[in-house]
Design a protein around this ligand. Structure first.
Ligand code: UN1
Length: 510
């Protein structure tokens, strides 16, 4: 067994759930093997939870909420501070596991754990800043204010591409707000989740906290559906494809629960004639091939002014043909594997479709084979000349395909192309022209939740609210006031007079 697995207390057979300190039984007859996309080797096995186990976890969480909500928010923040410290101690081992289980390069694995540490720090500060407003009442000797209370159980459904960070955005904020969490990680990356749960278990034990505050449950879409349809779970935060989010959103809406959806992106970078091209090229490359094109913020479309199109394309082709592709744990490699063979097939299928539609592949687009690449998960990132209205360009293909699209005339034309997709997560412009930049950021500009200037579409800092519009789902996670999604707001009016005046000056004498 690899050293980092030992350091993270991952066993070769792992149970289906944990309520924080206790772990579910390990039954040998229902093992699910988790293979690495890096070398197709068995990392460890896990099990999926049964409906009874699901129910047990929810009941334990319900009981824990009664306790946890009484603990003052800054004291809850202190627990999260300790979790952040534990994560610091395990940063290299966890970064390595994330890299090995998911396939992102080690630097990005480390970055993901850093994102967790940062969000812990953010949540600690937030635990003293869960502010509500005070209003001046229109009635004499009355006071009005609002306060925020925790919701209860927050169900967190996370995706394989950020197997740990997105959980922490949700769980750490939810926790300081006084909620308890049930985390259902992607069925493709359960071991990274088990590692996190083991790390936080230590903090929970040391602080004599009860079972049920941070829960983990492993399973496929049936567990996701159980959470989405469960009235005992007032908020579901789900990250994944638009297809998945639509199902979850509909199920939650049907019981009038709350959902926080962070779904697909079809993110574009606009390069205008006034761009710093060298900066733009670097940002595009990281955005399009980083994480092997498997971030929801990955750059999928490049909208380039016709006057610089040829120059940009030639530069990109010269970079793409030399990209170091290989084992993501090796130094110098910039592109690791896709998550599995199915993803490689989806990549090929999308390229076939774009070719049929009239697109032209300028670089990459192959599934690699041979000794170093025998898993069938390594591909060469593709650069494809395309039109925005091709059906496949309108879709999010979770892989390293960058569609090159020309625009003519002024920036408005580029913005129209950019906005002409169903998704609305991230966007960027490269321009040193103040007018262009401000138009891009104005109401008539980008329609996305994230709009950047002279930086790429991916790699957002945790301090801002993260999420997008349209089919991206509308949710906001992480920084700014995203915490409000994890609380219920209550407006309070207090009368300390001897009269009972009605609002709006209504007279109602009995
Ligand atoms: C995701 O891909 O689901 O902005 C999240 C970024 C990262 C988060 C991506 N901080 O690319």
């Amino acid at each position: 067994m690899q050293d980092f697995l030992k350091q993270l207390n991952i066993d070769s057979h792992n149970p289906a759930y944990s309520t924080g300190l206790k772990w579910g039984p390990t039954l040998s007859n229902q093992q699910k093997e988790i293979l690495s996309p890096v070398d197709n080797k068995l990392i460890a096995s896990v099990q999926w939870a049964t409906p009874d186990e699901y129910n047990h976890v929810v009941q334990t969480a319900e009981a824990a909420f009664i306790h946890w909500r009484q603990i003052p928010a800054p004291k809850r923040g202190e627990i999260v501070r300790q979790i952040g410290d534990e994560l610091r101690k395990h940063k290299t081992a966890l970064g390595r596991l994330v890299s090995y289980e998911m396939g992102k390069i080690y630097q990005e694995g480390l970055g993901e754990v850093q994102e967790m540490i940062d969000v812990c720090d953010f949540a600690v500060g937030l635990s003293r800043q869960l502010y509500g407003l005070t209003m001046h009442s229109e009635r004499p000797l009355h006071r009005m204010y609002e306060q925020y209370h925790p919701l209860g159980i927050v169900g967190i459904i996370s995706a394989f591409n950020f197997p740990v960070a997105v959980w922490s955005w949700n769980a750490m904020l939810a926790a300081v707000c006084g909620n308890v969490c049930i985390w259902k990680p992607s069925e493709k990356t359960p071991l990274s989740a088990i590692a996190c749960q083991r790390i936080i278990s230590k903090v929970l034990t040391e602080n004599n906290l009860p079972e049920g505050i941070f829960n983990l449950i492993l399973g496929d879409a049936t567990i996701g559906h159980s959470l989405a349809s469960d009235k005992r779970v007032p908020l579901i935060s789900a990250t994944g494809s638009t297809r998945m989010g639509r199902k979850v959103g509909e199920t939650v809406a049907n019981r009038l629960g709350k959902s926080l959806l962070e779904l697909g992106g079809n993110n574009a970078i606009i390069i205008t004639p006034n761009a710093d091209l060298e900066m733009a090229i670097r940002a595009v490359t990281f955005g399009a091939v980083g994480t092997c094109g498997q971030r929801c913020t990955s750059t999928r479309r490049l909208i380039i002014h016709e006057s610089i199109y040829q120059t940009v394309v030639e530069r990109l082709v010269s970079i793409y043909v030399k990209l170091p592709i290989g084992n993501p744990l090796e130094d110098g490699v910039l592109v690791g594997p896709l998550i599995d063979k199915q993803a490689a097939q989806n990549f090929t299928q999308a390229l076939n479709e774009v070719k049929k539609a009239g697109g032209k592949i300028l670089a990459g687009g192959e599934i690699l084979s041979g000794e170093k690449y025998s898993t069938g998960t390594y591909v060469t990132p593709a650069l494809v000349e395309a039109q925005n209205d091709y059906a496949i360009v309108q879709e999010e293909t979770f892989g390293p395909i960058l569609y090159l699209i020309q625009y003519k005339g002024n920036l408005e034309n580029a913005i129209a192309i950019q906005n002409n997709v169903q998704q609305g997560l991230s966007s960027a412009i490269f321009s040193l022209d103040l007018r262009e930049v401000e138009i891009f950021l104005s109401y008539a500009g980008s329609d996305c939740g994230i709009a950047n200037v002279n930086i790429g579409t991916s790699g957002a800092e945790i301090g801002g609210a993260f999420g997008g519009e349209k089919e991206t789902g509308g949710g906001r996670e992480s920084g700014s006031d995203a915490w409000k999604a994890y609380m219920r707001r209550q407006t309070n009016t207090i009368n300390y007079s001897n009269e009972l005046p009605l609002a709006q000056g209504i007279t109602f004498e009995v």
